[in-house]
Write a protein that binds this ligand. Sequence first.
Ligand code: ZN
Length: 261
Amino acid sequence: MTDLRTLSAAAADLVVGMRCAGCGLPGLQLCQTCRQALRPRARSCWPDPCPPELLTPTPVPPWCAAAYAGVVRAVLLEYKERGRDGLAEPLAGLLVAALRGLFATEASPGGWTLVPMASRRATVRSRGYDGVLLLSRIAARRLRGSGHDVLVTRSLRHRRRVADQAGLNATQRRENLDGALRSVVGRWSRRRAVVVVDDVVTTGATAAAAVSALRDSGAPVVGAAVLAATPRRPGRVSLSAAGEVDTTYRNAPRRVTVQNM
Ligand SMILES: [Zn+2]
């Protein structure tokens, strides 16, 4: 006798072509195992070498909630590259956790302003949504629900065309973004701490460019939050049977402390 679940999964696949974004199993948007793999673990994730913009004049600690590998990477790519905006809700849990980690260690006198990284216009056009903006809005809504004063301000814009950072090395990434961003908000409240939001941190070049542009416009930037950080050595990331990624950032600059929460 045919397993009813297998049958309904096959039917779902036939009707809507739904496959798990993490493992490709037909049936659900995210299977139970992959959903588990998205369980957040907030920690600061300093790139090494760290772009100077993130260290001076005051440190801008980047926080993440996962390693960019395995299921997390697969789901994020489906969300970013394949237009699966339904994954925004489950993915936003990672951003919420990273932001909670940051909020617990940084002080703000009057709430928080999240500034999503500017998306390339062509990307938004082809996907039909701005991935980082959507995640920021969902995270802000959830954090407001638990008593945090959080707003989202779309302040960053590209001054000129930039290439996709993926596939560029550290130097090329910096060059690609050098002077490429500007903030369209010129007046910032001193009471609201500003946090740069992006999906992934790799070399920190994107966060550094965003922090520079925001500081140029007078924004009191105190941190950055991303869903996941690219491990320095992908071979060292261990993926347990349960799909849980375990990685540690041992290469953080000495002068700043790595927080684990
Ligand atoms: Zn799965």
